[in-house]
Design a protein around this ligand. Sequence first.
Ligand code: UFG
Length: 339
Amino acid sequence: MKVLLTGGAGFIGSHTAVELMEKGYEVVIADNFANSKPEAVRRIERITGKKVALYPIDVADADKLEQIFREHTIDTVIHFAGLKAVGESVRYPVMYYRNNLDTTLTLLETMAKYGCRKFVFSSSATVYGDPATVPITEDMPTGDCSNPYGKTKYMIEQILKDAAFADPSLSIVLLRYFNPIGAHSSGLLFEDPNGIPSNLMPYIVKVAAGKLDHLNVFGNDYPTPDGTGVRDYIHVTDLAKGHVAAISYADQNSGVGIFNLGTGKGYSVLDVVNTFIRATGVNVPYVIAPRRPGDIAECYASPDKALKVLGWRAEHSLEDMCRDSWNAVAANPDGYPED
Ligand code: UFG
């Protein structure tokens, strides 16, 4: 069975490609390398010992996308491709709406033309906005997002729900990711953000590697046990396995399935820093800084539905995540090599 991964060279896409290929799926990757490198695809092939069909295209380009559907019988699309920097989305909202919505619409049109019925979407816990209570269940309200990036995720969910309502043969799975960190256990695949990272773990590993001076902990006056923000960090390999489970679900169900992919455990910024130091033996100097605008105090999943319906649960501990993040960075101090 062939699966098209848009954005398959990126952090979550590349790890998912490996998990799918290890389960016997054939993988086709479409990626414009806006925030990823071709080297990641070669490493997927090295880990699995199998070939990937790679198309270096923008999936909003309908002609180029169609070439993939002509050349391969695509059974399922997993749509990872998208712009995802919260701060950048506030500065360039039109670019975010154009890119993230266009790619999705072009995919849906092309899938319809070629009779492809299964679509798994990389959504985000950001669609819940500032949740009234935690843990967050899938039936809680969505849409009150504080930035254009989050709004694109919410809008795409609505588009996909409408598409599934109009065409009952479609099978759509919305996967709402919490905070993916960690790296492949081989140290070959990892998160490789452009420029200075804005997310916590990519920033921590740069401080640990001596490339940045210290971590700024954004706020220690939240109503949380130690005052710092609480999130549900999930190992990227666990997250990747959630996609394999989602494909099986899409095989057996039509309509829209919505699942949180998280561990169900909340850890504070200081929990992450202290666990990182313990797991790696490497120090991470930090200072307490003002709150970051738009941040919420606490966000963690109820992963119960994913366990009950998909039979999936996250297996890795926060220590595993810290160790794997660090091992990959230590083995690749300059990130993926350029071509
Ligand atoms: N943090 C710091 N210092 C930093 C970076 C982050 O203290 O340098 C803190 C944040 O304030 C927050 C926690 O670390 O409390 C996690 O921040 P991240 O930026 O790593 O992640 P967010 O929870 O803000 O956002 C992430 C993804 C979004 C996604 C969201 C879903 O980046 O794409 O989770 O909940 F929408």
